[in-house]
Design a protein around this ligand. Structure first.
Ligand SMILES: [Zn+2]
Length: 289
């Protein structure tokens, strides 16, 4: 594999070799380079996403465990590493797969997509009194998850009053989330695209704002067919199958989204990181090319 050398200065002369060092974390010799003009030294590792990592050998393994519903605490026991190391790896892998997903979407810039489905998946942070919406945009047919957004929402039903009493008024950021998502995806979706969703009143409104020339079909919400898998619908053919099936796969793939679990989300940015890790894998490996 050719390693791209990133020169940290903008001097005109090419860098010269200046020794090497042994990197213990993956048992590799790394070439050091020097700029003949400003004398700055750097190596093939400079600027790499894994720069300064001491446990880089474990990255692929941790990713596998995270995608296999293993809790962070159990991963730390399996691999004999500290819990904080695992927590830091979630952030690193989140960034890595975010970049990978953006890269994957490049092909949609050349050929914009025409058929989409979207909806919110509900989970929570810390307690059911603090629900969170995961807004998902899926390409119909291929089931590729093009984009997502995580927004806090207010509790409703039986928990609404308890939630207000205990944690105060909780703001609803769902509209803001969908606005961000549609603004971001304007470059990969055809302006005359066809969208499908359920009848949640907010959807038509936000969609019209960012895709005024698109068509939008809304379907009545349906009951789930399996307890704890509300996304898989009972009663035969589901018009929102691409979306619901992808959502069900997310719920099954990430420990913290399985119902009645001990794994819960404590921070929304970490939920985002784990979604990035899952969605990149979903798009590249789990769904047909
Ligand atoms: Zn220089």
């Amino acid at each position: 594999m050719r390693i791209k050398i990133i020169k940290p200065c903008s001097c005109s002369q090419p860098p010269v070799k200046t020794g090497s060092f042994f990197r213990k974390s993956d048992s590799k010799y790394i070439q050091r380079w020097k700029c003949p003009i400003c004398k700055k030294t750097f190596s093939a590792a400079t600027g790499n996403l894994c720069f300064a990592q001491k446990k880089r050998r474990l990255n692929p393994l941790i990713q596998k465990y995270l995608l296999g519903k293993v809790s962070q605490r159990r991963i730390s026991i399996f691999l004999k590493i500290n819990r904080k190391t695992v927590a830091r790896k979630v952030i690193f892998l989140g960034l890595k797969h975010h970049l990978s997903r953006i890269n994957y979407l490049e092909k949609y810039r050349r050929q914009k997509t025409l058929k989409l489905q979207f909806d919110d998946m509900i989970t929570f942070e810390h307690t059911k009194c603090k629900p969170v919406a995961i807004s998902l945009l899926v390409e119909e047919g291929s089931r590729k998850i093009l984009d997502f957004e995580v927004s806090s929402i207010a509790a409703n039903g039986r928990l609404a009053e308890i939630s207000r009493k205990k944690y105060g008024k909780r703001e609803d950021h769902r509209r803001r989330g969908w606005e961000k998502l549609f603004r971001r995806t304007q470059s990969i979706i055809d302006e005359k695209a066809h969208f499908k969703s359920d009848e949640y009143p907010l959807y038509a409104d936000v969609l019209r704002k960012y895709f005024p020339n698109s068509t939008h079909e809304q379907f009545k919400g349906r009951k789930g067919c399996v307890v704890g898998q509300g996304e898989l619908k009972a009663g035969g053919w589901d018009p929102l199958f691409s979306l619901n099936h992808s959502a069900a796969m997310i719920r099954d793939g990430l420990g913290r989204l399985v119902r009645k679990t001990w794994c819960t989300t404590k921070r929304l940015d970490r939920l985002r990181d784990q979604l990035e890790i899952y969605i990149d894998y979903h798009n590249r490996v789990l769904t047909p090319p």
